[in-house]
Design a protein around this ligand. Structure first.
Ligand code: PAF
Length: 283
């Protein structure tokens, strides 16, 4: 496995490999790799000859009061995990080479970025779209795999690729959960044991919404109200948003349809967790 820090060297590596007729898949990450990432890597591996993983904690997608400084960085352990997962190349640039002095360009996906996480994290998706565009240009993969846990991010990246004609196929990969249902996330390591238990209220909410849908409830307002009440019973939890949206354009739904997806952001103590899932159909 190669480890490349320099963008020009990364592009050169990609060009040489692809000139040999081999296809290249990318899994973009901010490191702190867990089983969810490994499953993205396995999905990418199945679809291409070569697998690149980027590890870059992207400052421009964090707000001023967010956890950029404290975001877990465990580069050595990540390299070992990536090597075991059969990764061919890690791209791990320094912040200063990604955003050198004078950097002044942003990619903005307007509509899809505004609601849900975009409402509570202004500028977050501009930061994501900007760095993903840069990673695509530097690494030049044919396909890239993103987790559905960040469902809005996946939608934003798909829109960017379509609107700016990137020749990269975007593959969404289902959420990987712990045995008790907690969606895997690098931020789960911030949770104390009591908060880890409290965090299960997100998965319980998803299961409750699915149960109500299966029993015939179609009124999204009533489902959301019941979930808000259930989560409010957990003293460590504070809801940022709970919405049922149409999964392609993320518009809020009043009546449940086959394309309905529950989207959640809940703070457990100081840790912000997100989760989501279909309610009626598994599409
Ligand atoms: O999902 C993430 O880890 C990040 O948002 C991404 C896509 C690597 C961009 O920094």
């Amino acid at each position: 496995m190669e480890i490349i820090h320099n963008p020009a060297a990364m592009t050169a590596w990609s060009k040489v490999e692809r000139a040999g007729g081999r296809s290249l898949a990318l899994v973009p990450t901010m490191g702190c790799l867990h089983a969810g990432h490994l499953s993205l890597m396995a999905a990418a591996r199945r679809r291409a000859d070569l697998l690149a993983v980027s590890i870059f904690v992207n400052p421009v997608q964090f707000g001023p009061d967010e956890d950029f400084a404290s975001y877990p960085r465990i580069f050595e352990a990540d390299c070992l995990a990536a090597e075991e997962a059969g990764v061919d190349v890690i791209f791990a640039p320094e912040t200063e080479v990604v955003y050198p002095p004078g950097f002044q360009t942003r990619v903005q996906v307007t509509g899809l970025s505004q609601g849900l996480c975009g409402a509570g994290r202004p500028g977050h998706f501009d930061g994501v779209a900007t760095v993903v565009a840069k990673l695509f240009n530097i690494i030049q993969p044919q396909l890239a795999v993103f987790g559905e846990k960040d469902f809005q991010q996946l939608a934003v990246v798909r829109a960017m690729v379509r609107d700016l004609n990137f020749a990269v196929e975007i593959v969404g990969h289902p959420i990987v959960r712990e045995e008790d249902g907690l969606a895997m996330s690098s931020r789960n390591r911030y949770l104390s044991p009591a908060e880890r238990q409290a965090a299960l209220c997100l998965y319980r909410a998803l299961k409750s919404a699915r149960r109500q849908a299966a029993e015939g409830e179609r009124d999204c307002g009533r489902i959301i109200a019941s979930l808000v009440t259930a989560i409010a019973a957990e003293p460590r939890a504070c809801v940022e948003y709970l919405q049922i949206v149409n999964d392609s354009d993320l518009r809020e739904l009043k009546k449940l349809t086959d394309t309905a997806r529950l989207m959640m952001a809940v703070h457990i103590g100081r840790t912000r967790l997100i989760d989501n899932g279909y309610l009626l159909s598994k599409r």
